[in-house]
Design a protein around this ligand. Structure first.
Ligand SMILES: [Zn+2]
Length: 328
């Protein structure tokens, strides 16, 4: 089998094993982290504020919990604006034994720094290609895939430019793309259209967060464009309650799409989006529930099995689909 890049070097794709396709070691804005390190972040569990040094330990704790549950590989979609730090990822990988698959890309709903507003899609693509061919952040760790995003503001001019850059880097390197989407704003069709306009084969594209839709027909309509669909936010109740996610997931399995979907939680060991107090309140109000990397094995898979998922479907989603998407 072909190789897949991890933070500790390339591995044969047959070595990926059980793989969670979308989990973050941390999720934080690197500018805030550098300028206001005193602000800290909240644990994804969530409990109180942790400092940025603690964040590495919490990440290791989360990855160790995944390893205990049989996970061998975590695909880590943190890129620019999510605080990607491949040196930290490598330390956590070495400490816990988990294989971490890193990416390049830009996670923005619109904003870009001036330095990227003044550069065109080809110049941004070159940055991504550098991460894939030379290495990330001055290391020899290479990006295995390219991340981009569209959310509530839709596919704005800046977002379109990042998508075109991702597409061009994918065409140049053969690496797949993961695109954060927002079903409530129906961003995916335009995102896919841009990739296809650029010449990317839809089978290289994973549309993340399709599971935020309450409608199996909607997810099916995305899959039918030839892309992969992430059912990847179990535990984020405010975007879609667990039972609804489960119903859509089971319906898609029933319709024969086990070989086109991923199961994950989009968990963040730590996240700086909210003050710790707000995180506790959100958990108290049920807006997030059991939202950690453990939820897939502790809650989702048992519920899917209960709902009729076969062993084969489970194996397809957790073992085969990650290999197929990552290796093309
Ligand atoms: Zn994510």
């Amino acid at each position: 089998m072909p190789n897949v890049e991890t933070v500790t070097g390339p591995v044969d794709a047959s070595e990926l094993g059980e793989t969670l396709i979308h989990e973050h070691l941390m999720s934080r804005d690197e500018a805030v982290l550098i300028q206001f390190p005193q602000m800290g972040t909240m644990r994804g569990d969530p409990v109180a504020h942790v400092t940025s040094e603690d964040a590495e330990n919490v990440a290791a704790e989360f990855m160790a919990a995944a390893v205990e549950r049989g996970v061998k590989t975590v695909v880590e979609p943190s890129c620019m604006y999510l605080g990607r730090d491949v040196r930290l990822m490598k330390r956590v990988s070495e400490k816990t034994g988990i294989q971490i698959v890193p990416c390049t890309g830009i996670y923005t709903y619109d904003h870009l720094p001036v330095s990227l507003i003044t550069r065109d899609a080809d110049q941004i693509a070159e940055l991504f290609v550098h991460d894939i061919e030379q290495g990330i952040q001055g290391t020899d760790v290479k990006a295995a895939f390219i991340k981009c995003a569209a959310d509530e503001p839709g596919v704005t001019e800046n977002v379109e430019k990042v998508h075109r850059a991702a597409a061009r880097a994918s065409l140049k390197t053969g690496r797949p793309i993961m695109a954060h989407s927002r079903p409530a704003s129906d961003t995916a069709p335009r995102q896919i259209e841009i990739f296809v306009e650029e010449g990317v084969d839809p089978s290289k594209v994973q549309i993340a967060h399709c599971g935020d839709s309450p409608d199996a027909d909607y997810v099916e309509s995305i899959i039918e464009k030839g892309v992969w669909a992430g059912l990847d936010r179990y535990g984020i109740e405010m975007y879609q309650p667990f039972e609804q996610r489960l119903a859509v997931h089971l319906e898609l399995l029933e319709r024969g799409y086990a070989d086109r979907v991923f199961v994950s939680a989009d968990s963040c060991a730590t996240i700086d989006w909210f003050p710790a107090k707000v995180g506790e309140q959100m958990a108290g109000a049920g807006l997030i529930k059991d939202w950690t990397i453990k939820i897939v094995h502790d809650k989702v898979l048992p519920a899917l099995r209960e709902g009729g998922m076969t062993e084969e479907q489970e194996h397809t989603m957790l073992h085969e689909n990650p290999v197929s998407w990552l290796t093309g």
